[in-house]
Design a protein around this ligand. Structure first.
Ligand code: C2E
Ligand code: CA
Ligand code: CA
Length: 743
């Protein structure tokens, strides 16, 4: 054994100028027990520009290899200690050893050795005696070939990686010997577990989904006959029961003389993930994520098909609009989470009721029953489609069932709530022949059901159209009414329970309708919100009251505070305090002239905002009263934060005071509660002296009601104020002990 390549170079390769150059010289390890042969080999290779190291037997060779892997090994077959075959097999097992080209030196015509050499992992062989002139060329060639193989392997690895990452693979089908060979990844995509990666086509394509196999066969047959490529999506049935979606792109790689295909080349792409994503997107697009029911989009598509079918077979089809009655209340009071739970449960109820109805009726008279389908349109609206409707009674029966199932209490976050629902039905072809008309008419019928007291169903009839049109008409009219100054305020005095003196008034809106006369608020206030007039009408009322107070003051009438009714949404209007201040300033009246009445529902949405606006108003001197107290949901903790002047006990409690002990108890409890919070109490709707005396007995502060006066027009109210002035001048500041009577 000699020394390292560097010292070798110094001794035997004087033409090499620097060690930097030396380090790039290809390195050959010569293993031979014949020292003479070694020296000759080294000299030859050095001259040809190779760096050479030597080993005298197999074991020494392995040791040298462990120190550094050479670029090529020249290995003698017969050596002491460890022969060439063993050494070759061993060095292949070393890290990096598997890729070194190993050239074995065998005796001439020693075919047995040659065979053994290849078995042991040799790359090539040369025969002894060595042809010295050819040796460097052989070595150089072997190195180049091995580098090329190396690169090829690297490329294959890279390709295979790319295919794995891209979830794609390639295959080739040679039609002449009818074999398919494929990349590892294609092999796996086609559902094969382990190698080999070549097979008969029927085996290679064995896992193609049974339902797609026929079409795929056709595509292949066509491609071979015409010599044309094709693209194809199909499924693979996997051994574990799963399904894989693939996209195949097939080309003709080689053609025969007549253009027929001889070899097909295919690229297969696993598109399962894309398909899954598409399915996910489809679900998102077509289904309501909350309830899992079809959404409007899908429903309309289904309805289109069903309508076309109904038309073709001259059959009836009904559409039902289902609207939950108290959803908004639950959602506002118990929160969105509860609202969601309610929607889920209600939809399950509806679907369950439909199924039950279906099973029940089908058992009885199988052929006359409608098929049905349910979807959620958004919010608390559901829609049901019944196809193949033979008799109206069936539809009514289904509608009735839906109403009933919603009438039962639903437990939401541990609380039982009564949600209820109203149903409207429109039927093809009687109530419309196109989707829009049917949906609109079912909606109209549903509104009718609600108007008739909720918790019921209505079949559409033509007269409803007039009602719906009426409603639309009213909204337009309402908008114009404001511009044309058709609204007026009437005033109802608020009276001190003990003294009977007028201590304030409430402004109540009326509509002087050009055709229908003076309309009470019940006929148009419910439409104000839909018409987008909540704020304009509220601001109009504030302006009007300020102007009126100024006029009364100017007439020397010593005006009382006037309360304006505002919709609760108005109290979430940031600009409200500024507008109120502006109105007061514009008419030169003090803030104490104006009060605001809102119902408890202001606390349902964004109570913090309402509270801060109310506080701004209070800071200006404009106080708040809670209207219709006792009918809504009051959160005492919020109520305490509101700057409230008074609670107004709802008329419904006052009405039956004399007959209903519960109402009497409620009224006295409200009075006690209000007083404990340092609030005044105003009773509404007082019509009889007996009611008044009860209120006096429980120390209620003030009241309004027909007993004193209805809400009256401005001139009439002025007369009331005049009388008050007269009485005060007669009886002094404490006023009359008797209630005023209606003039
Ligand atoms: P509300 O604020 O509770 O007004 C009291 C209602 O009870 C008034 O009906 C009044 O005329 C009536 N009333 C007063 N005393 C008695 C009585 O002794 N017996 C009976 N049976 N009824 C009595 P009106 O004027 O029809 O107003 C109805 C509702 O319309 C009001 O209820 C209020 O919620 C709303 N409203 C009235 N004016 C306005 C307004 O300017 N803006 C808004 N947003 N709503 C208003
Ligand atoms: Ca009121
Ligand atoms: Ca009220």
């Amino acid at each position: 054994m000699n020394t390292s390549p560097t010292s070798l170079q110094a001794l035997h390769a004087p033409q090499a100028a620097t060690s930097a150059q030396a380090s790039v010289r290809p390195h050959v390890l010569v293993v031979d027990d014949d020292a003479g042969g070694r020296r000759l080999t080294r000299a030859t290779l050095n001259r040809a520009g190779f760096a050479v190291s030597e080993a005298g037997d197999g074991r020494a060779a392995l040791e040298a290899m462990r120190a550094g892997i050479p670029d090529l090994v020249l290995l003698d077959v017969s050596m002491p200690v460890m022969d060439g075959f063993t050494a070759c097999a061993e060095l292949r097992r070393l890290p990096g050893g598997e890729r070194v080209p190993v050239v074995m030196m065998t005796g001439l015509d020693d075919t047995a050795s040659i065979e053994r050499a290849f078995e042991a992992g040799a790359t090539d062989f040369i025969t002894k005696p060595i042809n010295w002139a050819v040796l460097p060329h052989r070595v150089r060639y072997m190195m180049r070939a091995s580098a090329a193989i190396d690169e090829l392997q690297q490329n294959q690895k890279r390709l295979s990686n790319a295919q794995r990452i891209g979830e794609m693979g390639d295959w080739e089908w040679d039609l002449r010997d009818n074999r398919v060979s494929s990349s590892e990844q294609a092999w796996r995509i086609f559902g094969h577990a382990e190698l080999p990666r070549a097979a008969r086509p029927e085996d290679f394509f064995a896992a193609v989904h049974a339902e797609d196999a026929q079409r795929l066969r056709h595509a292949f047959a066509g491609a071979t006959a015409r010599g044309e490529g094709f693209a194809f999506d199909h499924r693979m049935q996997l051994a574990d029961g799963g399904v894989r979606h693939v996209h195949q792109q097939v080309e003709v790689a080689e053609r025969g003389a007549e253009g027929q295909a001889l070899r097909l080349a295919g690229v297969v792409h696993d598109i399962t993930r894309r398909k899954d994503a598409e399915e996910q997107i489809r679900r998102l697009a077509y289904y309501d994520p909350l309830t899992g029911l079809p959404n409007r989009l899908l429903f309309v598509e289904q309805l289109e098909r069903a309508l076309a079918q109904a038309a073709r077979h001259a059959r009836r089809l009904s559409i039902m609009f289902v609207d939950l009655d108290n959803f908004k209340r639950v959602n506002d009071t118990l929160g969105h989470r509860a609202g969601d739970e309610l929607l889920r449960k209600a939809s399950a109820r509806l679907a369950g009721a439909l199924r039950a109805h279906d099973a029940l009726a089908r058992g009885a008279e199988a052929s006359v029953l409608p098929e049905q389908n349910i979807a959620r349109l958004g919010g608390d609206e559901f829609i049901v489609m019944l196809t193949d409707v033979h008799a109206v009674e069936h539809v009514a029966g289904v509608a009735q069932r839906l109403v009933q199932t919603l009438a039962e209490p639903i437990t939401v976050q541990g609380t039982e709530v009564f949600v209820g629902g109203s149903v409207g039905v429109a039927t093809y072809p009687e109530d419309g022949t196109d989707i829009d008309t049917l949906l609109m008419n079912a909606d109209t019928a549903m509104y009718r059901a609600k108007a008739l007291g909720r918790g019921g169903f209505q079949l559409y009839d033509r007269s409803m159209n007039a009602l719906a049109l009426d409603r639309l008409h009213m909204e337009t009219r309402l908008r114009r009414a404001l511009e044309r100054d058709e609204f007026v305020l009437h005033y109802q005095p608020r009276v001190d329970v003990v003294s009977g003196r007028i201590v304030g008034a409430e402004a109540l809106i009326r509509w002087q309708h050009p055709e229908r006369g003076l309309l009470p608020p019940a006929e148009f206030i419910p439409l104000v919100e839909d018409a987008g007039l909540v704020i304009p009408i509220g601001e109009w009322a504030i302006q009007t009251v300020c102007r009126q107070s100024a006029a009364w003051a100017a007439a020397g009438l010593n005006p009382v505070p006037i309360a304006v009714n505002l919709a609760s949404t108005h109290l979430r209007e940031r600009g409200l305090p500024a507008r109120v201040a502006q109105a007061l300033a514009a008419h030169g009246v003090p803030a104490s002239c104006l009060e605001i009445e809102v119902t408890e529902s202001i606390l349902l949405a964004d109570p913090e905002l309402s509270i801060s606006i109310a506080q701004e108003l209070a800071a200006m001197g404009v106080m708040l009263s809670i209207d219709d107290f006792g009918t809504g949901y009051s959160s005492m903790s919020y109520l305490k934060k509101l700057p409230i002047a008074a609670l107004k006990i709802d008329r419904s409690f006052v009405r039956d005071l004399e007959t209903d002990p519960d109402d009497a108890a409620i009224v006295s409890a409200i009075v006690a509660l209000a007083h404990s919070l340092k609030l005044k109490v105003v009773a509404e709707g007082v019509e009889t002296p007996a009611q008044l005396s009860f209120l006096q007995s429980v120390r209620c502060d003030q009241y309004q009601g027909f007993l004193t006066s209805r809400a009256v027009s401005v001139p009439e109210f002025e007369r009331l104020l005049h009388r008050r002035a007269q009485i005060e001048s007669l009886f002094g500041a404490h006023g009359a002990r008797q209630p005023l009577s209606v003039a």
